[in-house]
Design a binder for this molecule. Structure first.
Ligand SMILES: [Zn+2]
Ligand SMILES: [Zn+2]
Length: 304
């Protein structure tokens, strides 16, 4: 259990952690020398900057872009919470060290930021949201810029400093930069915690079908993205009955898959779970997929 998070907020905290990890994993998951430099720098900074109390950010009300990373046509990417589970049991892997570091980093940031959210947002569930007009009015999806602005004002300066020093925010970030970074995080978080129980439960797995991590919320990915369905049928690439095949992925892996190939390429070469794992029909992305799985699987989350 995460330190300092009350038991009744733990589930939502896990969602927050997952939502915050997505842009960070996406931005920092570059297995290159440059990246390890960055990581080293970040570590040093993180230690030095802890406890520094510079006040940041004004009351400026500027909107962020409500832009998530969904590349599917946006429909049906439902987020499903998994029950709290123990860690993934991935002990003692040397190659996990890098990811471990990053896991700690994300965990630290989450533990700094999550408690600054107002109580209703920390305790909100599908049920309470559904039955309270007040909460729905207070926190509509997507969140309006004014609400984002308000919520981000309370993010501690230490967290902002860390984001700046790890290049997740520009060096001298202003309130707009902060809002732009947190808008998708807060919106996916709100969507995740208020999501209804799954409709698609038949094929649902309890672990991400790519990285195998189990406790995190899963999203479903259309193996043949919806935007391609018309063309797929017209050109007879696939039969109609397989159009809605899905793969259950954690957010990080979901983003990874969409970065790997365009929707049309996905439809043509990555239309089964096995094909995604194998890096496509001709295996042309095999190294990338293997590298990613090894890397993301090494991101361990110490607090549970
Ligand atoms: Zn995954
Ligand atoms: Zn998808």
């Amino acid at each position: 259990m995460a330190h300092g998070i009350p038991p009744d907020e733990q589930q939502n905290y896990n969602h927050f952690l997952d939502c915050l990890s997505e842009p960070i994993l996406r931005a920092l998951a570059i297995p290159s020398d440059q990246d390890s430099d960055l990581r080293r720098k970040r570590r040093g900074r993180k230690e030095r900057r802890r406890g520094k109390g510079k006040k940041k950010g004004g009351e400026e009300e500027k909107g962020g872009e409500g832009k998530g990373d969904e590349v599917d046509s946006g429909v049906g990417e439902m987020v499903v919470g998994t029950e709290d589970r123990r860690g993934d049991g991935d002990e003692g892997e040397e190659e996990g060290e890098q990811g471990d570091d990053l896991g700690e980093f994300i965990e630290f940031l989450s533990s700094q930021i999550f408690p600054t959210l107002p109580t209703p947002l920390r305790t909100l569930t599908h049920k309470t949201y559904l039955t309270s007009n007040k909460l729905q009015t207070l926190y509509p999806t997507p969140l309006p810029p004014t609400t984002i602005s308000h919520l981000t004002t309370h993010i501690p300066p230490t967290a902002i400093d860390i984001l700046e020093s790890s290049s997740l925010l520009p060096p001298q970030s202003d309130t707009t930069d902060v809002q732009n970074f947190f808008t998708p995080v807060l919106n996916t978080y709100l969507t995740a915690i208020t999501a209804p129980p799954p409709i698609w439960s038949t094929t649902r797995t309890s672990e991400c079908e790519l990285c195998g991590r189990g406790w995190i919320p899963l999203t479903y990915h259309h193996l043949i993205p919806r935007s391609t369905h018309e063309r797929v049928l017209k050109r007879k690439w696939h039969k109609e009955e397989v159009l809605n095949s899905v793969m259950w992925l954690c957010r990080a892996c979901h983003s990874f898959v969409h970065r790997l190939a365009s929707n049309e390429e996905l439809a043509k070469g990555f239309y089964t779970v096995e094909l995604v794992r194998e890096g496509g029909k001709d295996g042309e992305k095999r190294d990338e997929v293997d590298g990613w799985v090894k890397w993301v699987g090494g991101v361990r989350w110490k607090s549970r």
